[in-house]
Design a protein around this ligand. Structure first.
Ligand SMILES: *[C@@H]1O[C@H](CO)[C@@H](O)[C@H](O)[C@H]1NC(C)=O
Ligand SMILES: *[C@@H]1O[C@H](CO)[C@@H](O)[C@H](O)[C@H]1NC(C)=O
Length: 205
C-alpha cells in the first residue's frame, strides 16, 4: 500500500516536472490567463481625452460562471468625424523579459458593429505621451473564438494613431500592455459605436 502511494507520488512528480520542462522547451508564457489565475485588477481605462474629454468609454470586466471564466472588453467609441478617437484599457507593470519570444497570441472573440482592435505596448516606463506607443492592428475573430498572432517585431512606433518610425518595442522592458478599439483616423476603415472583445488569454510564444 505504502509502496503504491510512493509510486503514485513519484509518477505525479515526474508528470508535473516534465510539463514544466515541455513549457520551457515550447517557450510559452501566459501574460494574462483570464481562464485561470488572472483577474482584471490592474487594468485601467485609457480612452480618448485629447479633444473632448469623455467622448469614448471602455472597460475590462470579468465574466465568470459555472461554465467558464474570461475577461470582456467593452468599448463605446464616439470618434471625431475624421475618425480620430479611441477607447481602451491598459495594465501598467514591469512585464517579464520577452526576449526570445516571437509573438503575442490572444485567444478571443469579437462581437459588435466593428471588430478592428489594436494591442498597444509601451516600454521603459515611457507610458504616456509624448512618448510613442508601439501598436499592432488586428481583426477580432467574429462570432467564434480563435487565436490571433501578433509578431513582436511588428509593434511599430505610433503617435496619436499615426506610425512615426520603424522603431519597434523593446521586448525586454515592456511596461504597459493595452487593448483599444480605434476610430481609424489614418486607416481606410473608420469605426465607431459599440464593440466587444471576449478574451481568454494573452500569451507570449
Ligand atoms: C519621452 O517623453 C519625454 C517628455 O515627457 C521626453 O523628454 C523624452 O525624450 C521622451 N523619450 C523618448 C525615448 O521618446
Ligand atoms: C519604414 O521603413 C520603410 C522601408 O525602409 C520606409 O519606406 C517607411 O517610410 C518607414 N516608415 C516610417 C514611418 O518611418
Amino acid at each position: 500500500m505504502l509502496f503504491t502511494v510512493f509510486l503514485f507520488l513519484l509518477i505525479s512528480a515526474s508528470v508535473l516536472s516534465s510539463n514544466s520542462v515541455t513549457n520551457a522547451v515550447n517557450g510559452e508564457q501566459y501574460i494574462f490567463d483570464f481562464t485561470g489565475p488572472d483577474g482584471v485588477e490592474g487594468w485601467q481605462e485609457q480612452s480618448d481625452t485629447v479633444r473632448s474629454v469623455g467622448m469614448s468609454k471602455a472597460v475590462l470586466v470579468m465574466h465568470q460562471n459555472t461554465e467558464y471564466k474570461r475577461a470582456i472588453f467593452f468599448a463605446l467609441l464616439n470618434p471625431q468625424t475624421d475618425g480620430s478617437g479611441f477607447a481602451g484599457v491598459r495594465a501598467l507593470r514591469k512585464y517579464d523579459d520577452l526576449t526570445g519570444y516571437t509573438k503575442l497570441q490572444l485567444r478571443c472573440r469579437a462581437q459588435g458593429q466593428f471588430n478592428g482592435f489594436k494591442v498597444v505596448l509601451r516600454h521603459k516606463d515611457l507610458n504616456d505621451e509624448p512618448n510613442y506607443s508601439f501598436e499592432q492592428f488586428f481583426q477580432g475573430p467574429e462570432n467564434e473564438f480563435a487565436v490571433r498572432d501578433l509578431p513582436l517585431s511588428e509593434f511599430n512606433a505610433y503617435y496619436r494613431g499615426q506610425q512615426v518610425s520603424n522603431e519597434t518595442v523593446d521586448v525586454s522592458q515592456i511596461t504597459s500592455i493595452g487593448i483599444q478599439m480605434y476610430g481609424g483616423v489614418y486607416e481606410p476603415v473608420k469605426q465607431k459605436g459599440p464593440a466587444t472583445l471576449e478574451i481568454d488569454w494573452i500569451k507570449a510564444v
